[in-house]
Write a protein that binds this ligand. Structure first.
Ligand SMILES: C[S@@+](CC[C@H](N)C(=O)[O-])C[C@H]1O[C@@H](n2cnc3c(N)ncnc32)[C@H](O)[C@@H]1O
Length: 191
């Protein structure tokens, strides 16, 4: 499991944004926050599929699970590991060209391992805009971060009309990680 991750890390450290795959406790915490049973899920940046496995363990249906990974070697590895799951090779910056709501329907949950805090602001804004367009009205984005700061700055969240909740901190992950959940701020919509 480590070999494809290390090769991807050597190719593009900034895009991978971590020195090791997510640990099992972080993967479980992401799956708990996603509440995957009976939901249509898009996982972005699945890497070696550690979180994918946790989503399946928590009841995600394979035919309702889509994986989007930009690294071709990792995507090939995921395709072999999960032959019954839709693996899409591509960049989240063009996700709306890769997955259309018509084709996939709206997603209930997007589970992201994207290194948002390493990204250029313009890319981050573009990705978030596209992700929320793919989410249904009550859809949620689950994102982890190794930073003490929110993965989406509060000012940006307000601009998008979304609100974030820190769900949990996994101190026993290396490095410690925080899981955040973002949803549309329906209260702000009616004001
Ligand atoms: C922190 S690593 C993923 C860790 C993953 N949870 C695991 O346990 O293996 C981030 C992943 O996001 C992918 N990634 C980074 N930028 C991306 C982008 N713009 N579009 C799609 N995937 C991206 C990287 O290739 C990498 O697999």
């Amino acid at each position: 499991m480590y070999q494809p991750f290390v090769l991807a890390l050597l190719r593009s450290p900034r895009q991978v944004g971590a020195v090791a795959p997510s640990g099992p406790l972080l993967a479980r915490a992401m799956a708990d926050a996603a509440e995957p049973a009976g939901r249509r899920i898009l996982e972005i940046g699945p890497g070696t599929g550690v979180i994918t496995e946790a989503l399946l363990d928590r009841g995600a249906a394979k035919h309702e699970l889509y994986l989007l990974e930009r690294d071709i070697t990792l995507a090939t590895y995921l395709g072999r590991k999960f032959p019954d799951i839709n693996v899409i090779v591509g960049d989240a910056r063009t996700v709306s060209n890769l997955i259309t709501p018509d084709k996939a329907g709206s997603f209930d949950v997007i589970v992201s391992s994207l290194p948002l805090l390493n990204m250029k602001e313009a890319d981050k804004v573009s990705i978030l805009k596209q992700l929320f367009a793919l989410l249904g009205h009550n859809g949620v984005l689950i994102q982890y971060t190794y930073s003490a700061k929110a993965p989406i700055a509060p000012i940006l969240a307000t601009r998008f009309g979304i609100k974030g909740t820190r769900m949990t901190t996994i101190f026993r992950n290396l490095p410690p990680a925080r899981v955040w959940k973002y949803c549309r701020d329906h209260e702000a919509e009616v004001q």
